[in-house]
Write a protein that binds this ligand. Structure first.
Ligand SMILES: [Zn+2]
Length: 265
């Protein structure tokens, strides 16, 4: 990943999309106006922060990316696998007007200039781009979305819509790392496919597992036929880097929220 600073706002971009005509970024907590445990670039409206502070954060964030704030389309995440085809009718939904959709953890569009937004604080952000069809999408995957394969659903949807899987590029953004992510056997049992034992460690004395959600999502992308050369995985962990990220595992409910944003130019 590349760390960018513009007008005091720090945001992350991906090497793999460097030459593509798209915006594909992940926010950090640096450069906003929120205070207390929301300090500073909190982009979540639902956690108790002042609305005018969050809106100012969106203004600063979109201005430095040259993205039209009035057109933002925000997901409505419930750890399920629903993917919404986004078009002009969704302009401003989730930020300026009420959404006409709910329970949406994935967004996709072929419309130029239409920014998609998904939310994070440890879960895995996955960015998709087909340069041939000029289509961009994002999915949010916590352990439930990882276990039920939202990545697979997105790739299958893109292929059904006309993409050749060989063309698809994908990037996995900052998320909690294996060392920081301890779970019960319920999570392992929920996985609906076989994945390599490299992605989890079992600690017998506490009867807990540590799992690598980023690694598992990468493996699913490859199982779906995405070329490994077309996948970037950042090693940045949201819990290991409190100077950069809000983390649910580190901060609990007293925290702000990062976003992933994608837009076709
Ligand atoms: Zn970590």
């Amino acid at each position: 990943m590349i760390k960018n600073i513009k007008d005091d706002v720090c945001y992350l971009t991906f090497d793999i999309f460097k030459d593509d005509p798209i915006v594909a970024v992940h926010s950090t907590r640096i450069g906003g106006v929120s205070e207390g445990h929301f300090e500073a670039m909190n982009l979540g409206f639902s956690r108790g922060d002042q609305r005018d502070h969050v809106l100012e954060n969106y203004r600063r964030f979109t201005r430095c990316l040259d993205v039209p704030i009035e057109k933002l389309v925000l997901s409505s995440q419930y750890h399920h696998n629903t993917i919404l085809d986004v078009n002009e009718s969704h302009h401003g939904m989730g930020i300026f007007i009420e959404r006409d959709y709910h329970d949406v953890d994935g967004l996709i569009t072929d419309k130029v200039g239409l920014p998609l937004v998904t939310f994070y604080a440890d879960c895995v952000p996955i960015y998709y781009y087909d340069p041939k069809r000029h289509v961009a999408g994002m999915t949010h995957a916590g352990w439930r979305g990882t276990a039920s394969g939202i990545v697979k659903d997105m790739i299958e949807k893109m292929v059904k819509d006309g993409s050749d899987v060989k063309d698809i590029k994908a990037a996995i953004g900052p998320a909690v790392c294996k060392a920081c992510y301890e779970v019960t056997g319920e999570v392992i049992d929920a996985m609906t496919y076989d994945f390599s034992e490299d992605y989890y460690d079992y600690y017998k004395e506490k009867d807990r597992y540590h799992i690598d959600l980023k690694g598992i999502n990468k493996e699913i992308l490859m199982m779906c036929g995405v070329d490994e050369k077309h996948i970037e995985v950042t090693d940045l962990c949201t819990k290991c880097h409190p100077e950069l990220f809000f983390s649910h595992r580190r901060h609990g409910n007293d925290r702000g929220t990062q976003i992933g944003l994608m837009m076709l130019r």
